[in-house]
Design a protein around this ligand. Structure first.
Ligand SMILES: Nc1nc2c(c(=O)[nH]1)N[C@H]1C(S)=C(S)[C@@H](COP(=O)(O)OP(=O)(O)OC[C@H]3O[C@@H](n4cnc5c(=O)[nH]c(N)nc54)[C@H](O)[C@@H]3O)O[C@H]1N2
Ligand SMILES: Nc1nc2c(c(=O)[nH]1)N[C@H]1C(S)=C(S)[C@@H](COP(=O)(O)OP(=O)(O)OC[C@H]3O[C@@H](n4cnc5c(=O)[nH]c(N)nc54)[C@H](O)[C@@H]3O)O[C@H]1N2
Ligand code: SF4
Ligand SMILES: [Mo]
Length: 711
């Protein structure tokens, strides 16, 4: 055990932490000074080391034997997996096998997983949970700016701005230390939070610090069209910037013309005066009007919709009308979610992508990457399909019969999770690589135990596009292998024709070559430079390049250097409220738990403070439904139901209920959510669907903890 300067294993803020042995001999995490977290950490970070020596840790490979798992040796597990993969591929072709990755994997693992899939397995079926997370913002960023870096500026820049418009982001719970960067906007009364709930973040607008808008769920796009309409109608736009730095403005102008405030109010529920006030507040902060600067930022609340890409596009259009992107103390950004949500979307886990944010369908990209890998470009598979479609095909006559899962707990986190569970059960072979027995691992034929963050070296790319080092503080338990070792060992058994190095530094050096010349160019970023303390943001094309903290200052990454404004039209939810499903369900997160809860439900201090799911509903709704005072409610959609404790609160719209998605069993909200997807990004409609809410008279509230799930 040594002292290590590393970063938190959880979210994209990647708070800097020090891991050091305590007097008890256990490792403990404490925050370090770093720009994004400013010496802060949330309770998930503080307790993160508890999972390292948890009794629930898997340290031996497991093989299913009927209804239970038996412990097996690594050779036995890997030999049998390889034999079964080969047999499936010989019978049905390379696409008989699929891979599902995760945005929590280091850059090295994400890169290696993409390479392993395209060269050793040769299948086109790979995608990852970032599809559920960043895909709408990524698609909109690529379309508008020619490039997708969540925040194209350091997070600390926000602190100097005068106004910040936060659409569907609850950073007070999802990245608590980041709240400090909203201080400037709050001091100047310029924080605007858009959320159908008065979330912890919306509450930051109190006392004159800003404005909380609580629109009808799924209407952010209309709201944004309305704000843009007001900006143009009141001549608040930056016309010089629009002329010099954008194209497509006329289309956008025409498209927002019909969204006058009264019409916007009838859809969103936000009245005309408030809409105008927000538009004017943002415009007053814009550089061309002499303001200190303004930001438009989106989170999952605005993005996880069937029209998520177009919603983000509308947010970008508004930012462009105000002349924000690429200007001082101003811009548009998306708040990336997972620990390596940014890097994980750059190095080839996406169905259509090669490392360096190159595209698999581009012949020059195939040629370059195949050259680095030492294979024939023609041998690389064609693009596959996005996550939801991949999951739908599993175990069908035409679809993949085997799946490798690296870094996702689909049984809890995927939309319409009951259907997903059925697809996983229909597989001939499910291999899950994890360090805990997640609900998904519980369905596997093989569970391969892997190292945790504090046992690994590697790199992560934070929400600002800054590459940082993950460092090992402790040796992994005997019997556990790193993912790089697992892929190499499987590769050897499957006759790999490429090198599959197991040293993270070696993998990173190869990633640098593979990304060189690509949009996400890491060629100049090295472990040595990072270890010397350099702050390196991609693109960083060579060893002497200082990296790029701020992008788009002179031009955008489009062929003509101008941002592309695209006119968008609202389509609304696929599963909209109606007589027999009259209430909106919105989903999201709580402070204590991370994602599917696979990790945080196993940390005692977190689990005891939030042991089970709940459903938040307004007292008016409870009264209307005649369910005041009931203990538990059942929420039902055309996919399924959940049952959880009722929490009556005036902080939510009376037409809407909220549930967190971190829980399994009866408390699993994804039994209810809709798997309809955005046609551009493949993002599912996690953030809105239509439900029936009723008292649950079974008297069962599921408080199944992680432990019970394992047992
Ligand atoms: N505690 C905690 N922190 C996390 C995570 C976690 O699981 N737990 N996960 C990390 C990851 S991967 C991600 S992606 C980020 C997510 O970070 P956020 O985007 O901040 O998180 P969410 O809670 O999913 O959604 C934000 C808000 O959207 C609101 N919302 C729901 N529907 C709508 C809508 O139609 N319009 C608008 N405007 N808002 C709506 C919800 O009420 C919620 O308060 O958090 C990261 N940090
Ligand atoms: N209803 C609803 N559903 C949602 C969302 C929502 O807002 N509402 N949000 C969506 C979003 S934004 C996201 S990001 C997804 C996330 O949901 P998931 O993809 O399920 O993410 P995690 O729970 O983080 O699962 C990661 C799993 O991998 C394991 N793990 C962690 N690190 C590693 C590693 O390095 N290697 C390996 N092999 N395993 C590792 C963990 O133990 C855990 O079991 O959920 C989505 N689902
Ligand atoms: S979960 Fe996110 S906000 Fe909390 S300590 Fe970790 S990196 Fe920081
Ligand atoms: Mo996410």
């Amino acid at each position: 055990m040594t002292v290590a300067e590393t970063h938190c294993p959880y979210c994209a803020l990647q708070c800097a932490m020090r891991l050091a042995p305590e007097a008890s001999g256990r490792l403990a995490a404490s925050p370090r000074e770093f720009p994004t977290n400013g010496g802060g950490m949330c309770q998930k970070g503080w307790t993160s080391a508890e999972l390292l020596d948890s009794p629930e840790r898997i340290t031996v490979p497991l093989r299913r034997d009927g209804g239970r798992f038996v412990e097996v040796g690594w050779d036995e597990a890997l030999d049998e997996i390889a034999v079964r993969v080969r047999a499936l591929q010989e019978a049905e072709g390379a696409d008989a096998v699929a891979v599902f990755g995760g945005g929590g994997l280091t850059n090295e693992k994400a890169y290696a997983l993409g390479k392993f899939t395209r060269t050793v397995l040769g299948t086109r079926y790979i995608d990852y949970n970032g599809r559920f997370c960043m895909s709408s913002a990524a698609a909109a960023g690529n379309r508008a700016f020619g490039l997708d870096r969540g925040l194209p500026f350091p997070l600390t820049d926000l602190g100097d701005a005068e106004a910040v418009l936060l659409l569907g982001s609850n950073i007070a719970d999802t990245m608590p230390p980041a709240v400090q960067h909203l201080g400037g906007a709050r001091d100047r009364g310029g924080l605007v939070v858009v959320d159908p709930r008065r979330s912890a973040t919306a509450a930051l607008c109190d006392d004159g610090a800003g404005i909380h808008l609580a629109p009808v769920p799924g209407t952010d796009l209309v709201l944004l069209l309305g704000l843009t309409h007001v900006v143009l109608a009141e001549r608040l736009a930056d016309v010089d910037y629009l002329a010099a730095r954008t194209q497509g403005f006329e289309d956008v102008r025409r498209s927002v013309a019909a969204w006058w405030p009264e019409r916007v109010a009838s859809v969103t529920g936000i009245d005309e005066a408030t809409l105008r006030r927000v538009a004017r507040r943002l415009a007053a902060a814009a550089p061309h009007r002499g303001g200190r600067g303004a930001y438009v930022l989106t989170g999952r609340g605005a993005e996880q919709h069937r029209d998520g890409t177009d919603t983000v596009t509308a947010a970008i259009n508004l930012a462009l009308c105000l002349g924000l992107p690429g200007r001082d103390r101003s811009g548009y950004g998306c708040l990336t979610g997972q620990g390596n949500g940014q890097g994980g979307r750059e190095h080839g886990q996406k169905s259509d992508q090669l490392p360096g944010y190159r595209m698999l369908a581009d012949p020059a990209a195939r040629e370059h990457v195949a050259g680095v890998w030492g294979v024939d470009p023609a041998s690389l598979p064609e693009p596959g399909v996005p996550a939801v479609e991949l999951l739908r095909r599993l175990g069908t006559p035409e679809g993949p019969k085997a799946l490798f899962v690296h870094g996702s707990n689909l049984v809890v986190s995927a939309p319409d999770a009951r259907a997903v569970t059925d697809r996983l059960r229909a597989l001939d072979l499910l291999v899950v690589c994890d360090f805990v027995a997640s609900e998904t691992a519980a369905l596997a034929d093989f569970v391969l135990p892997t190292t945790q963050w504090a046992e690994e070296e590697g790199t992560m790319t934070s929400l600002e596009g800054r590459v940082i080092r993950r460092r090992a503080a402790v040796a992994a338990p005997a019997g556990v292998r790193s993912e790089l070792e697992i892929m190499a060992a499987l590769g050897a058994r499957l006759g790999a024709r490429v090198a599959l190095p197991t040293d993270p530094r070696e993998v990173f050096d190869e990633l640098r070559r593979a990304s060189a010349g690509g949009k996400a160019d890491y060629a100049g970023i090295s472990y040595d430079r990072l270890d010397a303390g350099e702050a390196l943001y991609w693109p960083c094309p060579d060893d002497t390049h200082p990296g790029t903290p701020r992008m788009f200052t002179d031009s955008f990454a489009t062929p003509d250097g101008r941002a592309r404004m695209v006119a968008v039209t609202p389509v609304g939810p696929e599963d909209d409220v109606r007589d027999d499903a009259p209430v909106y369900l919105v989903t999201g997160r709580v402070l204590q738990h991370y994602q599917s809860g696979a990790q945080t439900r196993r940390v005692d201090r977190l689990n005891s403070s939030m042991p089970a799911a709940y459903v938040e509903l307004h007292p008016y709704l409870a009264a209307r439904l005649g369910i005041e005072g009931v203990e538990s409610v059942r929420i039902t959609s055309s996919r399924g139901s959940m049952v959880a404790q009722a929490r009556i609160s005036a902080d939510i719209r009376p037409d809407t209920v909220f549930a967190p998605f971190h829980f399994s069993g009866l408390g699993r909200v994804n039994s209810v959510t809709n798997a309809a997807t955005d046609p551009i990004s493949g993002m599912p409609e996690f953030k809105v669907c239509a439900v029936v809410v009723e008292a649950d008279d079974t008297g069962v509230i599921d408080t199944a903890t992680a432990r019970e799930v394992v047992a």
